[in-house]
Design a protein around this ligand. Structure first.
Ligand code: AKG
Length: 258
């Protein structure tokens, strides 16, 4: 059955750079996914990135510090399990992306995101304001990521915040620091950050967001781990630039995008 995006979701995505598909995963699918991901976390099945590796605010100083073994991302999500593979290739996602991209040939990138983001109590870090496209190299900066809430995502466990509309604005290089995060000390950036909204998600929701949308997230201050699979997609007519990090692995064509 073909999914028709609601007009308000299409307009929200065009105007704000994101929209949330509420209750996207059924309870049995969500529960099975959670069990499969937890199985890869305890004990940790690599490849994985640790909090100590990213060095974001709040992360342990290095792998030998207290909490130094805390995972931050389970990498290569698509290749990890049948549950994650089915999620990455989800037929309804393909149909929604086809409408958002105006193309019925949609591909999953294996090079970007394609991971399960984790936020552990105690040793998680915050992510500063950034656009995902900053390190990605494609013909056009027009990729879309889908972020799934396996459990509830609220401000106190590190839910994403976004600055609506930033996916269509241009930002001079001077507004960003050496790692291409927004420089919070600049008055013009402060005005922008004041417009931020927390995107609260309930377990099973899916957030679709543009690769130029500025977003950030806080630490997990609760006592439960937060786990969020994230996949990124591009249209067939928007290819990775050869020999860049975006071209390390082949993209996977989704079927049933129409
Ligand atoms: O969960 C977070 O801290 C945000 C992660 C994020 O935005 C990213 O890795 O691009």
């Amino acid at each position: 059955m073909s999914v028709e995006l609601k007009t308000e979701d299409l307009s929200a995505f065009a105007k704000d750079g994101y929209f949330v598909a509420r209750g996207f995963l059924s309870e049995p699918v969500r529960a099975k996914l959670k069990a499969s991901i937890l199985g890869d976390l305890e004990p940790l099945v690599g490849p994985a990135e640790l909090e100590a590796d990213v060095g974001y605010p709040g992360a342990p100083g290095d792998r030998s510090a207290e909490g130094g073994a805390t995972p931050r991302r389970l990498l290569h999500a698509f290749a990890r399990s049948n549950d994650l593979r089915a999620l990455a290739l989800h037929e309804e996602v393909a149909q929604i992306l086809a409408q958002l991209m105006g193309s019925d040939q949609v591909l999953l990138s294996q090079c970007h995101h394609n991971c399960v983001m984790t936020k552990y109590p105690g040793f998680s870090s915050a992510t500063l304001w950034h656009q995902d496209i900053r390190y990605w190299s494609f013909d056009r900066p027009e990729l879309i990521s889908v972020w799934y809430a396996v459990g509830d995502e609220l401000a106190d466990n590190g839910a994403l915040s976004v600055i609506p509309g930033t996916h269509v604005e241009n930002f001079g290089r001077g507004r960003l620091d050496r790692n291409l995060f927004l420089r919070p000390e600049l008055a013009e950036n402060q005005g922008l950050i004041e417009q931020a909204k927390v995107v609260e998600l309930a377990a099973g929701d899916a957030l679709f967001f543009h690769c130029r949308l500025f977003h950030a997230a806080g630490r997990n201050l609760t006592d439960q781990v937060k786990i969020s699979p994230v996949f990124t997609y591009h249209a067939q007519n928007n290819q990775p630039i050869p020999e860049t990090s975006s071209d390390r692995l082949p993209s996977i064509m989704l079927s049933n995008a129409t």
